[in-house]
Write a protein that binds this ligand. Structure first.
Ligand code: VAH
Length: 319
């Protein structure tokens, strides 16, 4: 990877991925793009940045060619809850953007990465230690987008020889970007609210287990997969990866170890609870471990210490 073109660079993953890749590969070798250009943002200030709507195929091709991209990292997409509220917009953006990015990778001979998700599984998928290869009949527009995306990326590998790679991310937790339109974002929100108000009202019910991962592990997984020896890859789109699985009660208990008077209550959102119920309780990352050495550093305890510390440094406390 020498000239890396990233879409969705201001998103939850993109904003941290850009900074890590610029540190690894050089600021000028990581081109950040997104639909808006906030001048004060560190991603805009620390290296090349272009405004790009990923549904604009011609502009994407022109910009990738201008920077002589050899790697496409396609992150721009609507997440599960937003996609469920606006399914047609989600289809057009998530699938239109993906096919545009794949076409640019094919035309310019780029290596390619885009994330899938545990959302690519559905109610008929085995829910515990969900295998790498199994039933994928998601019942959300986001899940339909992710399964279609996995198949499309494999197609571009088999049909056109594009070096496509992807991971099925669990819920991702980070301190840099506030919670977005995801179902798992309660696990981000809870840290902000615990520091600001010493309490949190969860829209996901107790007993709802979902796979989760701290953002540093997610960023490392992307870079590690993209640098992996292609001859070792039996799978490509996309690898199960996870670091932990917990329910709201368990993350609340971990926070209480640091904020003694933290209180948790529930006001379940039927839409996001319905999405969460259709996803696995835990997935099996064996293929990623065996084929490219995936390993997560953070568990719930270690992540909670770091999240609370970093949010306090950002001034998120007793507002
Ligand atoms: C979402 N955070 O909630 C994303 C992710 C597995 C969940 O895909 O939509």
């Amino acid at each position: 990877m020498k000239k890396i073109f990233v879409t969705g660079a201001l998103g939850q993953i993109g904003s941290e991925l850009i900074m890590k890749m610029r540190a690894n590969y050089g600021n000028d070798n990581v081109i950040a793009t997104d639909i808006r250009k906030p001048e004060e943002h560190i991603v805009v200030q620390s290296g090349p940045f272009e405004i790009l709507d990923v549904t604009d195929a011609e502009k994407m091709h022109t910009l990738a060619k201008k920077y002589e991209a050899d790697t496409m990292i396609h992150m721009a997409a609507l997440l599960s809850a937003t996609a469920e509220a606006k399914p047609l917009l989600a289809w057009n953006l998530n699938m239109g953007g993906l096919v545009n990015a794949l076409e640019v990778a094919r035309a310019l001979n780029c290596q390619f990465f885009t994330p899938s998700s545990i959302g690519a599984f559905g109610p008929s998928t085995p829910k515990d230690h969900t295998p790498q290869d199994t039933i994928q009949r998601p019942t959300t527009m986001y899940g339909v987008n992710k399964v279609s995306g996995e198949l499309l990326c494999d197609y571009y590998f088999y049909k056109f020889g594009v070096d496509t790679r992807g991971v099925r991310f669990p819920g991702l937790i980070s301190y840099t970007t506030p919670p977005g339109g995801g179902t798992t974002d309660y696990a981000v929100d809870i840290y902000y609210e615990a520091l600001k108000r010493r309490k949190y009202t969860s829209y996901i019910d107790r007993g709802t287990y979902m796979d989760m991962m701290y953002m540093p592990d997610a960023i490392n997984a992307i870079i590690q997969l993209m640098e992996a020896d292609p001859s070792r890859l039996q799978h490509r789109n996309a690898f199960n990866v996870t670091a932990m699985s917990f329910d709201p009660e368990e993350i609340a208990a971990e926070i209480k170890k640091h904020i003694k008077d933290f209180k948790m209550n529930y006001d379940v959102d039927p839409i996001r609870q319905g999405i969460a119920n259709s996803w696995p309780n835990s997935i099996d990352p064996t293929a990623a471990i065996e084929e490219w050495g995936f390993r997560a550093e953070y568990d719930l305890a270690k992540m909670t210490v770091d999240m609370l510390e970093k949010l306090k440094e950002k001034g998120i406390e007793n507002l």
